[in-house]
Design a protein around this ligand. Structure first.
Ligand SMILES: C[S@@+](CC[C@H](N)C(=O)[O-])C[C@H]1O[C@@H](n2cnc3c(N)ncnc32)[C@H](O)[C@@H]1O
Length: 204
């Protein structure tokens, strides 16, 4: 499967990246049209204030879903009564998985990053969640269209190399957070689950 992830500047905010010679407003209508044409599945990070606009563009497929990156720790701006504490992620055509696969929530909770040298750099936990939401599998072709710090591609390489996010200690808690009831029930029954590398691992 060919997968794209787009994390362009928010609509109207490309000036935040004026040090980048490529910096310019991104036409989100064209971007979605291109991703639908050239990829099997995609995810697009955006801003709550532009969600209505983006969903209204002709190129936005009817069957997109909206996920959320919830930010318990985020930037509090003076004079902003209602803090912007989450970021929408529009995703399209994720791989359908059936059977024993672990389900994934349509949101992830992770603090905003700091001191990464770029506004909007994604936490690694968000990257792994993106791969899970899209149903990515090792060997898929993944393209990060707006790399910034490059963290999303590095996370993909790590995820891909290890064959299974379930081998990554930091993601384990995210997975149990995704399906706490199922994980608890399985643990109570002493159920063990095989991860993708073939090793047996507890789910709780
Ligand atoms: C939100 S940041 C991406 C952050 C990245 N996902 C990360 O986690 O580090 C957006 C990036 O797009 C770049 N950019 C700005 N305008 C662009 C354009 N018109 N075409 C391509 N890249 C652009 C910015 O310089 C910035 O690196």
């Amino acid at each position: 499967m060919k997968i794209a992830y787009a994390d362009p500047p928010y609509i109207g905010y490309s000036r935040y990246y004026k040090d980048d010679p490529n910096c310019a407003e991104v036409d989100h209508n064209e971007l979605m049209a291109m991703m639908c044409r050239e990829y099997d599945a995609w995810a697009l990070s955006c801003y709550t204030n532009s969600l209505k606009t983006i969903l209204g563009y002709p190129s936005c497929p009817e069957d997109v879903r909206i996920g959320a990156w919830i930010k318990p720790f985020c930037s509090w701006k003076p004079n902003q009564r209602i803090v912007y504490a989450w970021e929408p992620v529009i995703f399209w055509n994720p791989r359908q998985k059936v059977g024993k696969e672990v389900s994934v929530r349509d949101w992830i909770s992770a603090n905003m990053t700091m001191e990464k040298g770029l506004m909007g750099a994604k936490p690694i936990k968000v990257c792994y969640w993106l791969f899970e939401v899209l149903g990515a599998e090792a060997g898929d072709i993944f393209t990060d269209l707006y790399p910034g710090t490059g963290i999303v591609t590095r996370a993909w390489e790590n995820w891909n190399n290890q064959m299974s996010v379930k081998n990554l200690p930091m993601f384990e808690s995210a997975l149990t957070q995704h399906a706490p009831d199922a994980a608890k029930a399985a643990a109570q029954k002493g159920v063990l689950r095989k991860n993708r590398s073939g090793k047996r691992a507890g789910v709780a």
